[in-house]
Each structure stands twice: as structure tokens, then as C-alpha cells.
Design a protein around this ligand. Sequence first.
Ligand code: NAD
Length: 477
Amino acid sequence: MTYSAKLGLYIDGEWLSGDGRDTHSVLNPATGAGQADLPLATAADLDRALAAAQKGFEAWRAVTPEQRAALLNKTAALVRERADTIARIATMEEGKPVAEAKGEVMAAAAMLEFHAGEAVRVYGRVLMRAPGMRSMVLHHPVGPVAAFCAWNFPALNVVRKIAPAVAAGCSIILKPSEETPGSAVEIMRCFQDAGLPGNVAQIVFGVPDVLSRHMLASPVTRKLSFTGSVPVGKHLMKLASDSVMRMTMELGGHAPVLVFDDCDLEKTLDILVTHKFRNAGQVCVAPTRFHVQETIYEKFVQGFAERTKKMQIGSGLDAASQMGPLANPRRPDTIAALVEDARASGARVLAGGEREAKDGGFFFQPTVIADIPLEAKAMNDEPFGPLALIRPFGTVEDAIAEANRLPFGLAAYCFTESGRRQNLLAETVEAGMLAINQVRMTWPDAPFGGMKESGFGSEDGPEGIMAHLTTKAVHIA
Ligand code: NAD
């Protein structure tokens, strides 16, 4: 199968490549082989994109919300039509099983449709004062957005950035990951074919630090939106603070899973093992630290390990594969070092724990580690890979203290039939999203985002479009 993405920069409505630009080799993570060359933007390319974004914003903010909605719906229809092609490209550049990739592309289409609906639901307020006097609260699009997103959901991450900006009347310049450019490019072609003006949404690639410095130093940029790691997020916030721009930060996590002895254990294990190894664990909301009540601890650990050992790993293009390779050559090294550190600290490795030599790809076995001490590196740094880390707890208070121990606050999970306990956890767990007795937390109409060092400014839901609007109070007599 060939990687069919037609790679390029998309600037002011033109697809650009060649002309002496530097390139980046896009690897297939299932084989380690280069499969395409991605052109990187020059400083002149970025200046052209910024000038276009300014013009695009001025024109797009004047377009009616109904027209913006129609455009987003048309784009969604094209994404659905081309879903198989986009999913194959995503698998060939990111590694996930193609069925997962197809699910991601369909979720991206649903996200576009939701934002189409939101475009026509931006409400202000009128405050009634003395007769003849009023105050009005108005919302306007914030301006051109600079967005940077990660490789782990190469289609959905892109739509999460572009759709709310376009719905709100902003323009946007997006830098997707250079490691997974093809899905982004093919989604941009859907926007283009649906009729979005070429200066409203643009795509650039480059050396990330050089490119983001350039875009954030420009007075054109009025908002920064980033999905990626906490250290890079902090760095970008510092750059953006010079011009006091709006920010949305969707950063890393280290999700705790609290499993109580009144849960349906077999069902809980089935759900959690599947969810843990989705996208080989490279998910910001991946369940990571499993804290299990001591009364069911050993049963849970054995059940988790048995199920994990049965998992089929292989190329994402093979329909039998339940887990693909890791996305890039850095990930297996990081995961191997975390497993070594856990072993050295006395933890029990009950499944996996090793790289898998397969066709030159970046494979690592799905891994289950029990009795891991709190001091182990993996219990403190986001693993972002196929590691399930399991520890016992005694009381609900111990479980909550452990859930809140780290500076992250993105996702958390709990499994318990007790309504009283569910309420207590909803009040006390420090996470932007809490899933109880199930694992889904991505819904187009619900806010997706974190607290503490995991970021701020949710994506999706009405909150996603509000993050692209300014607020102005007007007082009239
Ligand atoms: P990384 O932080 O180097 O890169 C993550 C993404 O940010 C990449 O797509 C990269 O292109 C972009 N990036 C990096 N530096 C940038 C800069 N200066 N300006 C603009 N964009 C920049 O990490 P990595 O090794 O690729 O991935 C591993 C880590 O990334 C994990 O530990 C995890 O925390 C994080 N991550 C988080 C998410 C998420 O959804 N929150 C997604 C992917 C990766």
C-alpha cells in the first residue's frame, strides 16, 4: 500500500512545495522507512501566511454565521466521503490500527457538524437598566489564531483547532505535527473543496521552535492554541505572553483510575484493557495509574495481565492488529527506560515489558506493571505509551489523595456502584474530565480540557467556540 497524501504547505489558497525549501522525511512507524518528503516553510512563507491570515480574518468575520455553518457541514460531508483514504494515511504515518483511524476521522466529521451548529448559536446579553438605558454584552471573533497540534490524533486534533476558529469567524494558521502531515493536508483539501477561502485556514510545517517563535512574535496573531506536552506548552505560553494573546492549552496528563471493590470486575477489566492500549497508550487521557482497592487487587492484576497477553500487535494496516507500533523512534526508547526504572525499583512486570522486533517498526509490547512504587519515574512522568501501572489502596481518602498527587489534572476514571462515592469523587478529584463506570470522554458537545498543569481553555462544546470570541460590554442611554 502506498502513502497517498499529496504533501505541501497551504498558504493563501496555494499548495506549495519544492523551490529549494528544506524537507522532512515522513516515516512509516510500522517499518521505520521513509515514505514521503514534507516541504518546510521559509520565513518568507510564514510572512505571506500571516499577511493572508489578517486579510482572511477581516473578510471572514463579515460572513454570516449561516454561511460559516454551511461551509463546515459541507466540509464534514467531504471528510465522511474520503474517510477510508484519510484513515489509511493516518495509519501509515501514526501507526494506529486502521479501524481506530477510521473512527477518529468519523469523530472529526461529527466535530465539524457540531461546530456548524455552534456558529449560529453565539448569544450576547441585554441588561435592562432605567427606562431607555441598556447594557449589552457582545462577542466578536478574537482574530487570527496560531495553532500547533500533536501527532497522536492526526485528523481529530486538526479539526479541533480549525473548526471552532472558522465557526467563530476567526482565521487560523495551523502547524500540525511534521511526523503526521498527511491527514492534516487531506482534511485541509476538504475545507478547500467545500469552498473555504484560502486565507481563512492555512497549513504550514517547519522546525517547530523556529516556526512558533516567528508566528507568536507577529502582531497579526491574536490567539495561541496548542495541543502537546506540558514543557512545550509552558514554553509557548512564555512566548505568547509578550503580546498578551488569548490561549487554549491542551497539555499532557497522567490519568488515575480508581477501582473500588463494588464494581463489576470482569466488565471493568474488559473496558480498561481495551481503552489502555488504544493508540498504543499515546493518548493524553489514557488511563495510566490504576489504583485498585486492596480487597480485589490481586484478582484485578491477574485479570489485566491475562487479557493483555492475548493482544495482537502488528501493522495498523493488518485488520487482525489490536495495537500498532508507537508513533516515532523516540517513544520505544522512552518506554523501555521507564520499564527498566520500574524493574529496578522492585515492581513486578506481569506482561510485555520489551520492544518487539518486527519489520523494523517502532513496536513495544503492551505492558502491565504491578506493585510499582510511587517514586518510580513512570508514576510521575507521563509515559505516553502502552504501560499499565497498578497499585493497591485501602480507603477512599487514600485513593483521592493519590489521584490528586501529581501536578497534572486532565482526565480521571473511577469504577464504583456507590452513588455516594461517585458524588464524592466528582467533587474532589482534580481533573478536567472524570469518567465513571465507562471510559468515553470525547463528545462534540462536551468540554474537553484540563486543570492544573494539564492546561486551560476547553476545546469542544460551546466552550470551544467561546474560546475564540472576545467579550465587550456596551452601555447605552
Ligand atoms: P513534544 O512535546 O516534543 O511534541 C509534541 C508536539 O508539539 C509535536 O507535534 C511537535 O511538533 C509540537 N512542538 C514541539 N515543540 C514545539 C514548539 N517549540 N513550537 C510549536 N510546536 C512544538 O513531544 P513528543 O516527543 O513528540 O511527544 C511526547 C510527549 O508529548 C508526551 O510526553 C506527551 O505529554 C505529549 N503529547 C501530548 C499530547 C496531548 O494530546 N496532550 C499529544 C501528543 C503528545
